[in-house]
Structures are given as structure tokens and as C-alpha cells.
Design a protein around this ligand. Structure first.
Ligand code: ADP
Length: 309
């Protein structure tokens, strides 16, 4: 692991009776895209606001680029970029004006092109689509070439093609060496973009690791389905790697670890030879996703306290 660029230890924050963040430890390494996943109300925004020194935690410590983000905010200002949820600009402000307002240095044409703002340069903020606004907010977070950037729910409300444009931009930010902390409740976004993620629930962390580690450790395993009118549940259950067998008429559904794929394949070939029947031609493999793993961890939309957005 490289140097931690953000280190959070035993961080807690409450609002009255609501414990928003509850004893969280995490460490973000230089150059990675680090995802903070969880349902609305899990405490993600509060945590990153504390990490940036925008809120005072009740307990715990934060080191951002080796400094205390509350006491040393001015020293960190140009080294940290943030795109917060409530970003908003006057409707009549032009894109060029907004970029110049936020920039503490000259903005190069290359940077404007990289952010995809060339054709929007003279447009007013009010005339931009959702995706174009997000591109602008990301650009404003990057305009001073920070070492770390915090992006919060950056594709909320965007259509699939606009999301992809924003994802490509985030990958390019990381490829240039900027560390990215990405707050999201979209598991597909985290799976595509993040090197490592933590999953938050009720203010605490319930899992951490790379998306593939989380899928491996917490996912439901791989699935296989096919049709076999003579399927025998006990027979299938005895195959190496198979954990569960579902039979419904001639529809077979198996779940298990990855070894199952080879063993079930071999079993079906052997069986077709013995029975002198063709192998099933509708064999389907279902790879678990990060979403499946997160659902196992936090349940399907388990409510996060009462006051969720
Ligand atoms: P997330 O970003 O995961 O949606 P938040 O950090 O926004 O979670 O919220 C965590 C909890 O703290 C929620 O129950 C939310 O209602 C509450 N909360 C957030 N901000 C405030 C605030 N300023 N005052 C009171 N409660 C708040």
C-alpha cells in the first residue's frame, strides 16, 4: 500500500439523537478511487464532510494530506477539491465565468477540453442539462489541480449516456494521479470506478475491500440455470462446488462457488453421453455483482433510520 492520503480514526458525529457516523476507521491511499457506498441516510455525506473539515466530529481524528482539515483548512484549500451535493450556481452565470471564479490560476485550453466544457463555455448555467452541470461541478472541483477530490453522488439523476461521460472523466482524473473519494449509493458506479470501497450502514462500516473482494466474500456465489426434464436434486447437490439446488418443473437453478462451473459442465456432458441425449442448449451462468454483495450486507433497501431523503 502507498502513503495514506486520508486517514480517519474512530470518527463519530451525531445530530441530536441521530448518530450519523459511529466510530469509523478508514484509510485512502494516494492515486486510488475510493468509494463510500451505502443507502441514503447511512452517514456517507457526514463522514466526507468531517473528512474535509467542513463539519466538526464529536470524536475521532482525521488527517488529510498529513494535516488536520479543520485547523489547517487554508493550507489545504488548494490541495483539496470538492463537489458537494448542494452545488449550485446562479442561473445566468456563464460556464466560463464560473470556472474563472473558482480558479486561483490560469485555466488552460487543454483542461477545458479535458473536462468536456469547450462547447459549453459561453452557455449560462441555467441552460445546461443535468449531465452538463455535473461536468461543470467536477471541473470546478478540479480547477486548482487538487491532490485529492471528493465527489458526492455525482451521477444522481443522469441518464445512462451522461453517466458514462462522467465516469470516463473520473477515470481520467485518477489516471492523472489525483486521488478520488467517491460517495455513491449506486453499486454499478462503484464497481466500474472504484479500486476499493467501504460499505456504510447506520453510521458504521460493514465491509471494506476491492469490489471483487466484496463480491467474493459477501456475494451469493455464482449461479447456473438450464433445462433438464430428468434432473435429480440429490445428484446435483453432490457435485463439487454446488451449495444449493432449485428445481421447478424441468428448470434447474444451481448456486455455488466458482469450481461448480467446471464440475457441472463435466457432469452435463457425462450425463448426455450416458443418456444419449443432447447437452442442455440453454445453460446460463449468472455472475454475482457488487450489488448482490451489498444486498447481502445491507438488505434490499433496508431503511436507514426515519429521516432519509
Ligand atoms: P448519506 O450521505 O449516507 O445519505 P447523511 O450523512 O446525509 O447520510 O445523513 C446521515 C443521518 O444524519 C441521516 O439520518 C440524516 O437525516 C442525518 N443528518 C444529516 N445531516 C443532518 C443535519 N444537518 N441535521 C440533522 N440531521 C442530519
Amino acid at each position: 500500500m502507498t502513503t495514506p492520503i486520508l486517514e480517519v480514526q474512530q470518527l463519530s458525529k451525531r445530530y441530536g439523537d441521530v448518530v450519523a457516523v459511529d466510530g469509523v476507521d478508514l484509510s485512502v491511499s494516494e492515486g486510488e478511487i475510493f468509494g463510500i457506498l451505502g443507502l441514503n441516510g447511512a452517514g456517507k455525506t457526514t463522514m466526507v464532510e468531517c473528512a474535509q473539515g467542513l463539519r466538526r466530529p464529536d470524536a475521532g481524528s482525521v488527517r488529510l494530506l498529513g494535516r488536520d482539515p479543520r485547523r489547517e483548512r487554508s493550507a489545504l484549500a488548494s490541495r483539496v477539491g470538492s463537489q458537494l451535493q448542494d452545488s449550485n450556481l446562479p442561473e445566468r452565470m456563464r460556464v466560463s465565468e464560473a470556472v474563472k471564479l473558482f480558479a486561483d490560476r490560469r485555466v488552460s485550453k487543454g483542461a477545458v477540453a479535458e473536462w468536456g466544457l469547450e462547447e459549453l463555455w459561453d452557455k449560462s448555467f441555467g441552460s445546461l442539462s443535468g449531465g452538463q452541470r455535473q461536468r461543470l461541478f467536477i471541473a470546478l472541483a478540479l480547477v486548482n489541480e487538487p491532490e485529492i477530490v471528493f465527489l458526492d453522488e455525482l451521477t444522481q439523476g443522469l441518464d445512462p449516456s451522461a453517466r458514462r461521460v462522467v465516469w470516463d472523466l473520473v477515470k481520467r482524473i485518477r489516471d492523472r494521479g489525483t486521488t478520488v473519494v467517491l460517495v455513491t449509493h449506486f453499486t454499478d458506479e462503484a464497481e466500474i470506478l472504484c479500486d476499493r470501497v467501504v460499505v456504510m450502514r447506520h453510521g458504521g462500516l460493514v465491509a471494506h475491500g476491492s469490489p471483487s473482494e466484496l463480491v467474493e466474500q459477501h456475494g451469493p456465489g455464482v449461479g447456473m440455470t438450464f433445462t433438464d426434464s430428468e434432473a435429480d436434486a440429490a445428484d446435483l447437490r453432490s457435485i463439487c462446488g454446488v451449495r444449493s439446488v432449485g428445481l421447478s418443473g424441468d428448470h434447474v437453478e444451481l448456486r455455488g462457488d466458482r469450481r461448480m462451473l467446471a464440475h457441472v459442465g463435466a457432469h452435463l456432458v457425462e450425463q448426455s453421453r450416458a443418456r444419449r441425449t443432447p447437452v442442455p442448449d440453454d445453460l446460463h451462468v449468472d455472475e454475482p455483482s457488487l450489488e448482490d454483495a451489498v444486498l447481502e450486507l445491507i438488505g434490499p433497501g433496508t431503511p436507514e433510520r426515519s429521516s432519509v431523503a
